[in-house]
Ligand binder design. Structure first.
Ligand code: ATR
Length: 273
């Protein structure tokens, strides 16, 4: 019988995960079924339980359920524990294994696809919500020279910096604290691009060798990437590569093979264009 996988979210209709996993499976000659599951906000656990009862083997979890999945997992990886969020569930032997592949997906896109080593670099992350928490541990594992978290609400950035202090050199600031500073890698992990807004970064943080990375992907440049471009940042990237890399890591957790990602990213880019 064909193994069943799914992505669960609310909303879910625009998810690219079925396309990505189906393409990976085709390339790896695996026979899987991968579907989209919508859950009402208070029905996550019920929809998951029904999927498992019907023989479901694994599930990707997207907004707003990553915290629910974290609480539902009976076994957690260290990176999921640090993120306090789970985007990959595996159902086996009556256990629910929870992992988080977002951070490793981001790091792989930056370090391998964009060929931009994080080690030894001065890294700035904008935002202090769930998206940031999900990627801090894998970024700090790369041993940047320093990691700064800037957020509109300073106390949230400070809380994250405190919580992740054991993982590496990390500090928190408001946006005004970025005046006069430059960074090698600037990651926009705020939700501003979703509403076509710009985070209030002061002018001057980008240099000719800065990689500006927006975790959101879009057809054209996001406001953040437009701003980085106007300041002649060395390289611009959106989050499409991260999306495909986090899927690849989930795929390898479930199927034991690391799929080739570049072709699928290019196919998605063509669909977006
Ligand atoms: P997510 O799970 O995507 O991280 P979130 O937890 O709601 O979503 O966090 C959204 C992030 O975007 C926060 O860091 C938020 O800043 P605040 O903590 O100060 O609210 C940030 N954000 C959203 N809109 C913003 C804006 N217009 N300017 C600056 N930061 C913004």
């Amino acid at each position: 019988m064909t193994d069943r996988y799914a992505v669960i979210g609310n909303p879910i209709s625009h998810s690219q995960s079925p396309f990505i996993h189906t393409e990976f499976a085709r390339a790896c000659q695996l026979d899987i079924q991968y579907e989209k599951l919508f859950a009402e906000l208070d029905k996550f656990e019920q929809v998951v339980a029904e999927f498992v009862a019907a023989g479901g083997k694994g599930m990707n979890v997207t907004l707003p359920f990553k915290g629910n999945a974290y609480r539902m997992a009976t076994e957690l990886t260290a990176r999921a524990r640090a993120a306090e969020a789970v985007n990959t569930l595996t159902f086996r032997d009556g256990k629910v294994y929870g992992d988080n592949t977002d951070g490793v997906g981001l790091v792989r896109d930056i370090v391998e696809n964009l060929d931009f080593p994080i080690a030894g670099q001065r890294v700035l992350i904008l935002g202090a919500g769930g998206a940031v928490r999900g990627v801090l541990a894998p970024i700090l594992e790369q041993k940047p020279a320093a990691l700064t978290i800037a957020n509109r609400t300073l106390i949230k950035a400070e809380a994250l910096a405190h919580q992740f202090a054991a993982w590496g050199e990390i500090n928190a600031t408001g946006y005004e604290g970025l005046e006069g500073k430059t960074f090698d890698l600037v990651i926009n992990a705020t939700s501003t691009s979703l509403s076509n807004e710009l985070p209030p970064v002061p002018y001057g943080v980008f240099t000719a060798r800065t990689l500006a990375y927006d975790m959101v992907y879009s057809k054209g440049l996001t406001p953040f990437l437009k701003r980085a471009q106007s300041e002649n940042a060395g390289m611009l990237a959106d989050g499409l590569g991260m999306l495909v890399e986090q899927a690849a890591e989930s795929f390898s957790i479930w199927h034991g093979v690391q799929p080739e990602t570049r072709k699928v990213t290019n196919m998605l880019r063509d669909v977006l264009a």
